[in-house]
Design a protein around this ligand. Structure first.
Ligand SMILES: Cc1cc2nc3c(=O)[nH]c(=O)nc-3n(C[C@H](O)[C@H](O)[C@H](O)COP(=O)(O)OP(=O)(O)OC[C@H]3O[C@@H](n4cnc5c(N)ncnc54)[C@H](O)[C@@H]3O)c2cc1C
Length: 489
């Protein structure tokens, strides 16, 4: 069984350029996931001198580990937004998702991108009587927006379900093939893409910003933070306004029905069909807040058990996480009052194929000073209502829980026998002994000082507060931290 994302294993990266010298650009995009590359794509014909940088390779962030569904049927999001705001806000969100789906399919068609795009029916289903009325409400709301939503009272595919709704104008694709094609197209148009180029800090200057990498400085008039968790934004209090949800995913060779399904609410189970050279069933479960009590190993075992119950034999397993906002809608746009030069796109609530694309459209429109009806809807400056306060408090509590439980308990299940702690040259370190070599790291996340958990399955050090990840030797492989934890004498 391979311990990596199916998408990254099937698609190897080529044509990698790293930034070695100082440059000046009009627009700097930090992050080469779906947000950054879609923004770059929509700016490719502009007169702006634009460059995109990624700390890793294109698609190695969250976008390369998704289930790759392109759908507006997203659990019971319209019911939730109607409750939190109003039906008319839910309708705008629906229209924004439809717009994004149209944008992705148009780009794929226009650019003739080969990324296994397939039109499949999406289902949202429930197994509990209590939830049926909520899913029925979701259908009613969607129908009032003009969507064609069928209902089903019999089991569909491999899941037992009491009630389900479905939409047929939805898709699945191979996210990494799509992103790498966007990179190639933008490079052909003369836009610069630098990989393995990490931004370590961002400073405001008189005429814009200066971003610092290990080897160079990038001066930019405008900056787009498309780095999933914009760690540069302490004043924006993102940890209060969003929490991180992790999920465990498997891919199995299977002649599975060409559909895509997800449960109406927690605990989430999701499955989709994928056809390339081979046919796969991609199954996801064990979604939870970062600091749930199970270790990664236990979560991986549970997702594998879940796959077995559906008669699937996983050949890939991986873990991924996304940013969940307090009001179920993304944060896209200006962060500070009267500052159109610092923009961000994040908080996609596990629906980033559409929302990341929407971000690309909105952020490029803002840069090109074009109006767009969805800018106010997604604005990070929108006023959160009293109804969201509970979630704000929950976010603080869960980060604090991750911080405290790990700091105090050093719970054994998060640290296998091969890991032990000691003081080296006066510094607290964690040592992982793989039988041949000792890998020594500082066991503290450079982002906000949380103690790290060892992920025995993928052999990574993971932060239980804000989801930074480090490889076995302490190299940072995922933010918000941008520093490594490698022990240096
Ligand atoms: C398990 C799971 C399944 C999902 N399935 C779906 C799905 O089926 N459909 C759907 O619509 N959505 C899905 N999502 C959500 C979706 O995958 C995400 O919302 C989306 O990919 C986020 O895209 P992004 O561009 O914001 O982030 P990323 O793809 O993470 O891109 C950010 C990039 O920034 C780079 N970066 C970070 N820090 C720096 C730095 N300091 N310097 C330079 N570069 C930096 C990273 O390397 C990364 O490549 C899923 C999410 C999860 C967790």
């Amino acid at each position: 069984m391979k311990k990596e994302s199916l998408w990254l294993d099937l698609e190897k990266e080529q044509d990698i350029e790293t930034l070695k010298q100082d440059i000046e650009v009009d627009v700097l995009i930090i992050g080469g996931g779906i947000t950054g590359l879609t923004t770059l794509y929509y700016l490719k014909d502009s007169h702006f001198n634009v460059c995109l940088v990624d700390q890793d390779l294109i698609g190695h962030g969250v976008s390369g580990k998704t289930t790759g569904k392109i759908t507006y049927l997203q659990e019971t999001v319209y019911y939730d937004i109607s409750k939190k705001y109003s039906v008319s806000v839910a309708k705008q969100y629906f229209q924004s998702q439809k717009k994004a789906i149209e944008a992705i399919t148009n780009i794929i068609e226009k650019e003739r991108i080969s990324c296994d795009l397939e039109n499949v029916t999406s289902y949202v289903f429930t197994n509990t009587n209590e939830e049926i009325s909520k899913v029925k409400m979701e259908r009613k709301i969607l129908k009032s927006f003009g969507a064609v939503i069928e209902e089903h009272h019999k089991p569909i595919g491999k899941f037992q379900n009491l009630y389900a709704i479905s939409a047929s104008d939805t898709y699945v694709f191979h996210p990494v093939k799509y992103l790498r094609a966007l990179k190639r197209i933008c490079k052909l148009e003369g836009k610069k893409v630098y990989e393995r180029t990490r931004i370590l800090g961002l400073l405001k200057e008189k005429n814009g910003y200066v971003a610092k990498t290990k080897d160079a400085h990038i001066r930019a008039k405008k900056v787009v933070l498309a780095c999933h968790y914009p760690f540069f934004l302490l004043p924006y209090f993102l940890p209060l306004k969003a929490n991180i949800e992790k999920s465990y995913v498997t891919a199995s060779l299977s002649k599975f029905k060409p559909i895509s399904m997800i449960t109406a609410s927690k605990p989430t189970q999701s499955i989709r069909y994928h056809k390339a050279e081979e046919e796969y069933a991609i199954y996801l479960s064990n979604s939870s807040n970062l600091c749930n009590q199970l270790s990664d190993e236990e979560n991986f075992n549970e997702v594998i058990d879940g796959a077995h119950k559906l008669s699937l034999q996983p050949c890939y397993i991986w873990k991924n996480d996304d940013l969940m906002t307090v009001d179920s809608m993304p944060y896209i746009g200006e962060i500070e009052k009267n500052n159109p030069n610092l923009l961000m796109g994040t908080g996609y609530n596990t629906w980033g194929m559409t929302n990341g694309t929407l971000a690309g459209i909105l952020l490029s429109d803002m840069i090109l000073e074009r109006e767009n009806e969805f800018i106010p809807l997604c604005s990070p400056k929108r006023v959160l209502r009293l109804k969201h306060i509970g979630s704000l408090v929950g976010n603080v509590a869960s980060s604090a829980k991750g911080y405290i439980q790990n700091k105090i308990s050093k719970n054994k299940k998060w640290y296998p026998k091969a890991v032990h702690f000691q003081k080296l040259n006066g510094k607290n370190v964690a040592i992982y002994d793989d039988g041949e070599e000792r890998h020594i790291v500082y066991n503290k996340c450079p982002h906000m000082g949380c103690s790290l958990i060892f992920n025995e399955v993928e052999k990574t050090w993971d932060c239980p507060c804000h989801a930074s990840r480090f490889d076995i030797d302490g190299n940072c492989i995922k933010g918000p931290s941008c520093y490594s934890i490698t022990y240096r004498k």
